[in-house]
Structure formats: C-alpha cells, structure tokens
Design a binder for this molecule. Structure first.
Ligand SMILES: Cc1ncc(COP(=O)(O)O)c(C=O)c1O
Length: 369
C-alpha cells in the first residue's frame, strides 16, 4: 500500500468516481433537510423505489413495508442477515472461493463456516452438490453463496439456483444469496439486464435472504448503502437489530440513492460497455500467457486465472508487486479452492490495464513457468 507507482488491480471497486447526478442529489437532499433520524428499516420512499426496481428488472413483487430493510452497505446487510439466523455452535455452508467476509461474519457469531469449493469444469465453475450433501450436519442452518461472484465472475445458472433452493428447502436451511454484483452481468445481448435473482424462484414463505448494495452498480463504495430482502420475520428482526448497530443508514444518502435508482440506467449501461471491453481485453491478453487456465467470467468485474504449478499465490503476488509494480489479489484470500489462482479486477482504465497485462505476461514467461 505504501509503494509508489503501483498498477492497482487488487481492490474490488471501479476507478470511476460516483456519477455527478448522484453527488448533486446528495447535495440537494442536504439542502432539503434530509439531516434527521429516519426509520430503522430506511426511508419508505427508498424501499418503494427498490420494490419497483425488483418488479421491473426481476419480475418479483416485494412488500416495501415488510420485506426490505435498508442497511449501511452490503456488508452490513450480510452481517444482520447472518446474525439473525445463526446461533452459537451452528454451522453455515459457504460456497467458495468467495469474498471472505461471509465466513468471517459466521465466525464472529460464534458459528462455524464450512467452505465448499465450486469445481472448475472445462472453463466454467459449477456447484458441487455432492459435496454440499456430504458437508451438511445436524448443526447446519445456513447456506451462503455469491452470484455474480467475487472473485470468480461466475454466475449461478437458474438450474443451479433451483437446486440450491431445493437443497435448502429439503434440509430446512436458510439460503442467503449475496447479489451485490447482479447488475454487472454480460451474458445477455442487451447490457443492463441483471443476473437472475434467487427471488424469482423463491416464494415469500421461503427461508431466503438477499444482501445487496449500491456500491458496485453506482460507484458508491465510500457512501455505505445497501439493503436486505428477507422473509417478513427476519426483516422484522433485522430492522430491530439495526437500531442497536447503526439505527439507520444516513438519511441524505438514502435520498440520493433514490435518484440513482430512477435515473441511473443510461450511466450504468455506459459503465457496463466499458467493463465488458475491459474484460474481453484482459481475457485475450491472459489467453496468450503461458500456464494460464481461464474460467470464463459472466459477471462482476473480476477474472480469476489459474496458474499452472502455483502453490503459494500470496508469494506470487508479492513477487509480482515487488518486481513489476502490478498489484493483484492472491487466490488464497478467498478461501477453499482459491489457492493456485489470482484475482484481477478489471474495473480500471485501459492506461492501467494494458501495461499491467504486459508486465504480468513477461513476469510469467520470465520468472514463473
Ligand atoms: C461479494 C461482495 N459482497 C458484498 C460486498 C460489500 O459491498 P459494500 O461496499 O456494500 O459493503 C462486496 C465488496 O467487495 C463483495 O465483493
């Protein structure tokens, strides 16, 4: 972090600043007096806009009063969701490689994460349902997965979602889907179509929870705003719990987020076009490099190449950084199944990506293989 001149591809955020129309909306909200306490579940207007968004983009009907809780970030949504459904001593199945916070929050609740790696078949990761069945015990209460995935870019198919839901129903488990990257999805001909939410397949009585965020879709990482969709009983608990953690997300930021939801589609599509080009550029560059196996990423803004013979991805990334000033994330940071790969975040300018890919290629040729 202290080294100068590093080509930084290790963080999970875009280099783009928050769009001006959102910044202006926040300033206007301050002027309009959104400086007071609001409801623990968030501004009613924002919850209504979120429900309208689900109706339009996912074809899902949600009750804004009882099934949506606004949180101060995606990670806070994950935190309250997990906290509401686990008791000390419980176990949670977590599909990995994954952003490590899910497993960490399970541990913070004195429960045990049991990480189940996705398996790489040809160029696609897939859920290992046999491993899930084998790992379940009488203490298992929760299954957590992330789609689109950080770090894989993997997106669960609707068939995989149906089987995850069936597994959760069969064993009486909570199913928590982290869908913070749902709008960063490149498989459909028209950019802006979201990855399908698990909510399309669940009924409102299912034990299903979805954590969400404004961070990635609207370049609002520093603003700290997200939401949780949950069955009524959990949404009610999460609302109560919010009181003792943050009480509620910042009022004027919630107001700005309403504007993002209503006005953000054109800007989002421009960002997606740029991200898809970046992804294709990185994939083409990585395909030329020796010893690289490349799972095809359909969402988020990461590629997760596997490097032949790599057994210490941390040492690899450190040497790459020291010798070439390219900063990428070691696969080992993402739990079971992550070692042997590295994560590259391609949400950066081409003036960073191009030299970074060139240096990585030369490093692999010279020093690694
Ligand atoms: C999978 C996943 N979930 C949640 C988050 C958290 O997002 P937020 O900034 O809203 O806390 C991240 C951030 O990197 C993430 O990768």
């Amino acid at each position: 972090m202290r080294m100068d001149g590093v080509l930084k591809l290790y963080f999970g955020e875009s280099n783009l600043p928050t769009p001006d129309y959102i910044k202006r909306a926040a300033a206007a909200a301050l002027e309009e007096g959104y400086t007071y306490y609001t409801q623990n579940a968030g501004l009613p207007g924002l919850r209504c806009d979120l429900a309208a968004h689900y109706a339009k983009l996912q074809g899902v009907t949600l009750d804004p009063d009882s099934e949506i809780v606004v949180t101060a970030s995606g990670v806070q949504a994950l935190n309250v969701a997990i906290r509401c459904v686990l008791d000390p001593g419980d176990e949670a199945l977590v599909l990995t490689p994954a952003w490590p916070n899910g497993s960490a929050i399970v541990r913070m609740d004195n429960a045990a994460p049991v990480e189940i790696p996705l398996t790489l078949r040809d160029d696609r990761y897939a859920v290992d349902f046999d491993a899930l069945e084998a790992a379940r015990t009488s203490r298992t209460r929760l299954l957590v997965y992330t789609s689109p995935s950080n770090p894989l870019g993997w997106v669960a198919t609707e068939e995989e979602q149906a089987r995850l839901l069936a597994f959760a129903r069969r064993h009486g488990l909570w199913l928590l889907a982290d869908e913070v990257y749902d709008r960063l999805y490149y498989r459909t001909p028209e950019l802006g179509t979201p990855a399908p939410s698990i909510l399309r397949q669940a009924t409102r009585d299912d034990a299903v929870l979805v954590s969400q965020s404004f961070s990635k879709t609207y370049c609002m990482t520093g603003w700290r705003l997200g939401w949780l969709v949950a069955r009524r009983d959990v949404a009610e608990r999460a609302t109560l719990l919010n009181e003792f953690i943050i009480s509620h997300a910042t009022s004027f930021i919630q107001r700005a987020a309403q504007v993002a939801l209503v006005q953000g589609e054109d800007e989002l599509r421009r960002m997606l076009a740029r991200l898809r080009d970046n992804r294709d550029f990185c994939l083409a560059a990585l395909r030329q490099m020796p010893g690289v196996t490349l799972p095809s990423p359909d969402g988020a803004f990461y590629v997760f190449p596997k490097i032949a013979g790599l057994t210490d991805s941390f040492a690899f990334c450190l040497r790459l950084l020291q010798e070439t000033k390219v900063g990428i994330a070691p696969g080992v940071a993402f739990g079971e199944g992550g070692e042997g790969s590295v994560r590259i975040c391609y949400a950066a300018e081409r003036s960073i990506l191009e030299p970074a890919m060139e240096r990585l290629g030369r490093f692999l040729e010279r020093a690694w293989v």
